[in-house]
Design a protein around this ligand. Structure first.
Ligand code: KG4
Ligand code: ZN
Length: 402
């Protein structure tokens, strides 16, 4: 089955086309077309994602991305279409809050043949509601005109499947599901989420823990901001931390006076919950106390920050494994791109015979490929798809364990 998928939950606008085949045990996903635009640079001046800007950017870019994904898939065949008055009205009403988008999508629909796809998957939540709405309304307009079913996807299930597949060695465009996924203990760490999930099969998720305040990604981005690194600061913070770590190895005694000591919030609570706002505040106090930081102090602060995060994650994983006894750990979401977190968790658990699943190449941060994959999961579990006429609402707080 060919799935067209749309992701607009945060600051990435993405459209992809997948050919999804097989059952739960042998799913394969071939990317036919994939287009993504990251708005991160545009949000940098606000120090984080600014919802109104995100919404506007999604609306401005969706049609271009769709066109590009269709071309890549060779589904872009020029042919003049007759759009009836009724169809035009439906699309205009559906996209009335995004007038520019109605215009560009109508222009596209007027000029090309219906592509060879069977369903449209779109992120329904969780995420920023104004941003989610743009993707949903866009999906509804297309679904209506091309008469296709809609698969409303939970973004977090997208992150879970992105870590449950691997790139085929013989085909750089094909992902296959890993052999033994379940039971699995997963931790989604991203800009918007810090969520512990236990699952025994696809579609059956139990949330067993999460953050009480900031997400891990937010902590990375806020600490980075305190150090003058523009949004999203996670990757740059991580680079500085690595430099600090390397220097520490060679000159530990010499650097002792420049070391920060940060708390490990909630490390000993014995539950699976997290709190990261205190960690960020501790960094703030440290920066205030020191005044201007030297480059070395900055690097060592980043190192200590990553150490604190990893210490907490490892302790919580240990607690979770005691309780749930799975042979598989899964890490998903943007922060799982972090090299140090990946390394420490993989090293610790492979020694203990537990497999650690990380996002497949290219699928760590938000993308539409994982949304198409999650849409296919919905199809497999015989979820009754929606039509363009059905009510479909963005759900900023959508839960995995509905
Ligand atoms: O999954 P994602 O793209 O978006 C959400 O669903 O929220 O995650 C984005 C987050 C940002 O906070 C970004 O700073 C963080 O992932 N991130 C990283 C790294 N790469 C991305 N954090 C730490 N180290 C990284 N290498
Ligand atoms: Zn995400």
């Amino acid at each position: 089955m060919k799935v067209l998928s749309i992701e607009t939950s945060c600051d990435e606008t993405a459209v992809s086309i997948l050919d999804a085949q097989g059952g739960y045990e042998n799913m394969t996903f071939t990317i036919l077309g994939n287009a993504l635009y990251s708005q991160a640079q545009k949000h940098a001046q606000y120090g984080g994602v600014y919802p109104t800007l995100a919404k506007r950017e999604h609306a401005a870019n969706l049609t271009v991305l769709l066109e590009s994904a269709l071309k890549e898939a060779s589904f872009y065949t020029k042919e003049k279409q007759d759009i009836s008055k009724e169809q035009r009205e439906f699309i205009e009403v559906t996209l009335e809050r995004e007038p520019g988008l109605a215009l560009t999508v109508l222009q596209l629909l007027e000029n090309i043949e219906k592509p060879d796809v069977d369903a449209i998957a779109v992120t329904q939540g969780p995420g920023l509601e104004p941003a989610l709405w743009v993707g949903i309304n866009f999906a509804r307009a297309l679904a209506y005109y091309w008469n296709l079913p809609i698969l409303p996807v939970n973004h977090l299930e997208g992150h879970i499947i992105a870590s449950s597949v691997e790139l085929s060695p013989d085909n750089q465009n094909r992902y296959t599901v890993r052999e033994t996924v379940f039971p699995v203990l997963g931790l989604i760490i991203s800009g918007g989420h810090t969520e512990f999930v236990y699952a025994e099969k696809w579609g059956d998720y139990k949330i067993v823990g999460g953050t009480r305040d900031d997400s891990i990604g937010e902590a990375f981005d806020k600490v980075a901001r305190l150090l003058g690194i523009p949004y999203p600061g996670g990757p740059e913070l991580s680079r500085l931390a690595e430099e600090g770590r390397r220097t520490l190895l060679t000159r530990p005694a010499h650097l002792a006076k420049d070391m920060a000591t940060l708390p490990r919030p909630m490390i000993n609570t014995g539950d699976l919950d997290f709190s990261f706002s205190g960690l960020k505040t501790a960094v703030l106090y440290y920066v205030q106390e020191k005044g201007e930081l030297t480059e070395m102090q900055k690097k060592l602060l980043c190192t200590e920050f990553e150490e604190a995060v990893v210490d907490v994650l490892l302790k919580k994983f240990a607690t979770a494994l005691q309780e749930y006894q799975t042979q598989t750990l899964l890490l998903g979401g943007g922060v799982s791109a972090n090299t140090y977190i990946r390394k420490r968790i993989t090293n610790t658990y492979t020694k203990e015979g537990v497999s650690v699943f990380l996002p497949a190449e290219g699928l760590s941060t938000d993308n539409a490929v994982m949304i198409g994959m999650a849409g296919y999961l919905m199809h497999l579990r015989d979820h009754k798809p929606k039509t363009a006429q059905d009510e479909l609402k963005a759900n900023g707080n959508m839960k995995l364990d509905r």
